[in-house]
Design a protein around this ligand. Structure first.
Ligand code: 3HC
Ligand code: NAI
Length: 695
């Protein structure tokens, strides 16, 4: 027995309690402890029933993910669960908190399940590139309908107690007692009713409707494009309906081991831990954030309205300032439409919607209304002059201690801060469109921003349920700076011979949510045009400058919002446009370029080489603190496939020497664009990886 699991006898019930903070993960010590304690309970003649429960905030939330990829230590979880299931005395799992992954598999190995009212259940393995590997795919469809098991296992979705009880996953709901007391009382009731051990594995599997598995395979091939685990989940559940349990379990284990050894599993677990690591910064350790309840937003266009909605949905109070009352009314209407969308999707009740508009939101044109705001987020036009003017006004009006934030995409936050007498309170908070949906928030720390203000930026992100990444100041911060660079590389590919449609297709097949030219159409081609004009005076003459985007803008083709950009949009559906190809062909002719065939692999290689090379510079300059900050940025704001873990993880997976060789090869065509970043060269020379820099 270990400290992680203890056993005690209460009358005729053995109580096995797991204590492995913070989430009672199934470490080797917990596995060994559980197996030992179940054996002890079975050997003890006074014991007639067994209860498994947990101390702390949750029942077991899964296998210990930290052990993945390391040498296996006995006993294995499947063996432990078989010991539980084989107990001659009835075993009750008394559940609370989040019963996830291996935790739910332990509960399924028990014979009866009782849960606290707000317990949640799920098998999230698929989100980690795995399938439930300790019997979940075989036991769950023996307890709940196969369709429901298939849905839970392939989506990783968590269900609440009512759904679990209706489906038969829990036998009883504890209404008053704590898990330990409730478990003991329930075990005694079962004994008094003469209930015996009821091994789940001995139950017949529920039957599946015709075509269920083939439909699921086809749907998942689209929805979870490129991923292996979802298909394996389907195979394993289909096995449960066809094979004896021992064979089904053996196959499940084989699939699990295969996936465990794969790159997708390491990438997804890298993403899981990186998202938890990203907010752990020495500069804000032990620094208390300021209180934030009242939010000001300046500018109620695309971004301002989205930021207001995001804050309102998080329970905050918002005052939005526009240029005049007519614009303020337009912003109110946008906010209200977005909130209506939340009501339709069941995310917001009608009563809460009414309350927000009546009591927590106001849009005016009077800056004085921001006097009591705790934090003001500016989202006016992307012009340094306009922003400086706004910050001057905010400085004069806002209370001492209020944080003044800019949502600028590219501009210099230091220059903005200098317009105030409180540069220590100025920060960049870069949201992504649509701001009430996208998870990423770049927290842009200027030279004089105080640690308390940085900590408040992170705390604000948490309230909004966003993932915050720290960035230093540079043109475009982490994300848009990388985007400018890989987009430049893709412009080069187009001039060399590919079409924008070839580029988008190759990158979507690689796993990106959208290709760069579809992204440009969505953001609005005028945005990039304005940036190019702003940077024109400082552009290096050696830089390759593709003009086709400017030609489109000159024809008022600004993308989706004007119905034409790189694509033509009819009823929102994009299609290729021969006129775009003509514009590009004309530019090639003007420059004496003969179009070459460029393979999809070459497109991906150039895209990734450009992204990784610029990321190495961003790291070396300290704009991003660690490679994991770059990965989290691209995963949450730029549609990078999570199962590839982010560009830095991808680079480590394919090998930094391969990336460096690609860059050197491309530098023979354009040695300005393709200069290897010194950090990349150094890592290759030292045989190191980006992961080595994550600390
Ligand atoms: N193993 C190891 N550490 C874990 C863990 C796990 N399964 N789950 C969470 N942790 C750690 C986190 O890394 C974090 O550590 P830190 O404080 O050092 O950063 C700490 O526990 C708290 O986690 P969160 O910050 O995420 O806390 P929340 O309260 O927000 O969420 C949770 C709790 C819902 C349990 C969430 O952590 C979660 O979803 N965990 C993963 C659950 C999971 O995927 N389980 C399946 C594992 S795979 C498996 O079981 C295979 C089996 O089929 C064989
Ligand atoms: P937008 O043009 O949709 O909205 C800007 C709004 O600001 C307009 O409604 C305008 O009336 C208002 N405004 C202008 N001057 C003002 C002033 N002095 N006082 C009050 N209101 C004023 O622009 P969008 O797209 O919302 O962008 C806003 C900011 O957010 C820009 O800095 C942009 O770079 C940044 N951003 C934009 C993203 C996008 O995808 N659109 C993504 C991330 C950041």
């Amino acid at each position: 027995m270990t400290n992680a699991v203890k056993i005690e006898t209460v009358e005729n019930v053995a109580v096995i309690e797991v204590s492995n903070p913070p989430v009672n993960a199934l470490s080797q010590a917990v596995r060994a402890g559980l197996a030992d304690c179940v054996a002890q309970a079975n050997a003890n003649e006074t014991v007639q029933a067994v209860v498994i429960c947990c101390e702390g905030r949750t029942f077991i939330a899964g296998a210990d993910i930290r052990e993945f990829g390391k040498p296996h230590a006995e006993p294995s979880l499947p063996a432990v669960i078989e010991t539980i299931e084989a107990s001659a005395k009835p075993v009750v799992a008394s559940l609370h908190g989040t019963v996830l992954g291996g935790g739910l598999e332990v509960a399924l190995g028990a014979h009866y399940r009782i849960a606290q009212p707000n317990t949640r259940f799920g098998l999230p393995e698929v989100t980690l590139g795995l399938l439930p590997g300790a019997g979940g795919t075989q036991r769950l469809p023996r307890v709940v309908p196969v369709k429901m098991a298939l849905d839970m296992i392939t989506s990783g979705r968590q269900i609440k107690v009512a759904e679990a009880q209706e489906a038969g996953l829990v036998d009883a709901v504890a209404d008053q007692d704590d898990p330990r007391t409730a478990g003991i009382a329930y075990a005694m009731t079962l004994l008094s009713e003469g209930k015996l051990a009821r091994p789940t594995g001995a139950l017949p599997c529920n039957s599946a409707e015709d075509g269920l598995f083939d439909t699921a395979r086809a749907t998942l091939a689209k929805k979870m494009r490129g991923q292996f685990a979802p298909q394996k989940c389907v195979d394993a559940i289909e096995n449960a309906t066809k094979l004896p349990i021992t064979e089904g379990l053996a196959q499940e284990r084989a699939f699990f081991q295969d996936l465990m050894n794969g790159d997708q599993r390491s990438a997804l677990i890298h993403a899981f831990f990186s998202e938890r690591q990203v907010g752990k910064l020495p500069e804000i350790k032990d620094v208390s954030p300021r209180d934030i309840a009242a939010i000001g937003v300046v500018g109620g266009g695309t971004m301002g309205a989205g930021i207001a909605v995001s804050s309102l949905l998080a329970g905050l109070t918002v005052t939005l300032i526009e240029r005049d009352q007519a614009s303020a009314d337009r912003a109110t209407s946008s906010v209200s439409k977005m909130l209506e969308g939340s009501v339709k999707r069941g995310k917001l009740s009608q009563a809460a919607f009414d309350d927000i508009l009546a009591n927590r939101f106001a849009a005016t044109s009077d800056y004085q209304d921001l006097a009591n705001a705790d934090i003001v987020v500016e989202a006016v036009f992307e012009s340094l002059e306009v922003k400086k003017d706004v910050f001057g006004q905010l400085d004069a009006i806002c209370k001492p201690g209020a944080i003044l934030a800019s949502n600028t995409s590219y501009l210099d936050v230091n220059a903005i801060a200098e317009m105030t007498k409180r540069p220590e309170d100025v920060i960049g908070l870069h949201f992504f469109s649509p701001a009430h949906v996208m998870k990423l928030l770049e927290v842009v720390v200027a030279d004089k921003t105080s640690a308390e203000v940085v900590a408040t930026g992170f705390a604000f992100a948490k309230k909004l349920r966003k993932v915050a990444v720290r960035s230093g100041v540079c043109d475009g911060f982490i994300g848009n700076r990388l985007l400018s660079h890989y987009r430049q590389a893709m412009d080069g590919v187009v001039i060399a011979g590919a079409s924008p449609y070839d580029v988008d297709r190759a990158l979507v097949n690689f796993g990106m949510a959208m290709g760069p030219f579809s992204v440009a159409d969505l953001a609005g081609l005028d945005i990039g045009w304005a940036t190019r004009k702003r940077l024109a005076p400082t552009r290096d003459p050696r830089e390759m400058y593709a003009e086709f985007s400017d030609r489109l803008c000159e024809k008022d083709r600004f993308g989706r919002k004007t119905g034409r950009g790189f694509y033509i949009y009819e009823d929102g559906k994009p299609s290729a446009d021969p006129e775009v190809l003509e514009i590009i062909a004309a530019e090639r002719t003007d420059n004496g370029v003969k179009a070459q065939e460029i393979s999809d692999q070459e497109i991906v290689d150039r895209y990734m080489a450009a992204m990784i090379n610029e990321a190495a510079r961003v790291l070396e300059e300290g704009i991003a603190l660690r490679p994991l900050d770059v990965d989290v940025t691209l995963l949450n704001g730029y549609g990078f496939p999570r199962w590839r873990g982010g560009p830095m993880q991808y680079a480590d997976t394919v090998g930094l020497d391969k990336i460096l060789n690609d860059i050197k090869r491309l530098s023979q065509e354009d040695d300005f664009m393709w200069q290897p970043a010194p950090l990349l060269e150094r890592l290759v020379a030292e045989g190191k990886t980006f992961a080595d820099l994550n600390g």
